[in-house]
Design a protein around this ligand. Sequence first.
Ligand code: DAH
Length: 353
Amino acid sequence: MTTNELDFIVASARQAFAGAATPAELENAKAQFTGKAGRITELMKGMAKLSVEDKKTRGAAINAAKQAIEAALGDRRQALADAELEVQLKAEALDISLPGRLREPGGLHPVSLTMERIERIFASMGFDVADGPEIESDWHSFTSLNNPPNHPARSMQDTFYVDINGDDGIPYNLRPHTSPMQVRYAHQHIKKHAAAVQAGGAMPEIRVIAPGRTYRVDSDATHSPMFHQCEGLWLGENVSFKDLKVVFTDFCRTFFESDDLALRFRPSFFPFTEPSAEIDIQFQSGPLAGRWLEVAGSGQVHPAVVRNMGLDPEQYIGFAFGMGPDRLTMLRYGVNDLRLFFDGDIRFLRQFR
Ligand code: DAH
């Protein structure tokens, strides 16, 4: 056995290790050299017959070869482990270039923003805010409001009817306006203060707005089958048209944040008011400047309606109005198609966030 032979064994080991593609193959290759029946182990065993002198030199040479093989083995183990890790990292890699899933903050619908705005302004003027049913009785929607049985508003072409009859045998309707809230609220108000009045006190004035959803058989760029209204009612012993003018002018200027706003009360007709007026506004500047825009119906509450409230029209007088928050929202934000509000298109809605 010469040194050359040992060198050859070491070289063979290196080659075998380099050829091992997996840890298992590497361990097999190792067995051929330093395992129980490996070539180095065999050489060690063969030393028994040698002289003490030879044992020293041969032993040192074999040991050196063994160490070289073990070093090569260690290097290869490390290389295979590194490669394995590399493969694993690649497999588990996250693609951080993908855009994240953004959770955008929500916001109120533009019409809700308007409703809240209306409520805040009227609350600041001492108005209560009332809520009422959207499925309404014929009496509340029409009869109590002095709307005669042959009035076109009662026809199937204008009003949605529900397949349920009221106590009077007439079907309920999806309220076509918020005006039924006038009589409903008056009844609640009278009941609430009945004991105090009985005890000789005076009944406080009725001062309320009633915003909410309303329904009509109608659909185009400025009409939707479901839309919004806000009713207003101020009834007392000395409430006049002048008060309506002041309150509504104040409201419009606050709502549109402009004192540069003209109002016009245009004579009109509603069964539940006498006299009646449409309220038009006119911006003095901006894209809508100069045009008269209708924003509400109004009038002095008709004596028949006051009577239906359970009050004496000789004692109680006042005004009512009904306005369209959808229309106000369109004017405030410059939206030209009402249907956009109810399409649910997030690209439109997110502009109001
Ligand atoms: N209810 C009416 C409508 O829907 C609007 C209206 C007009 C309400 C005059 C009122 C009023 O309270 O006084 O067209």
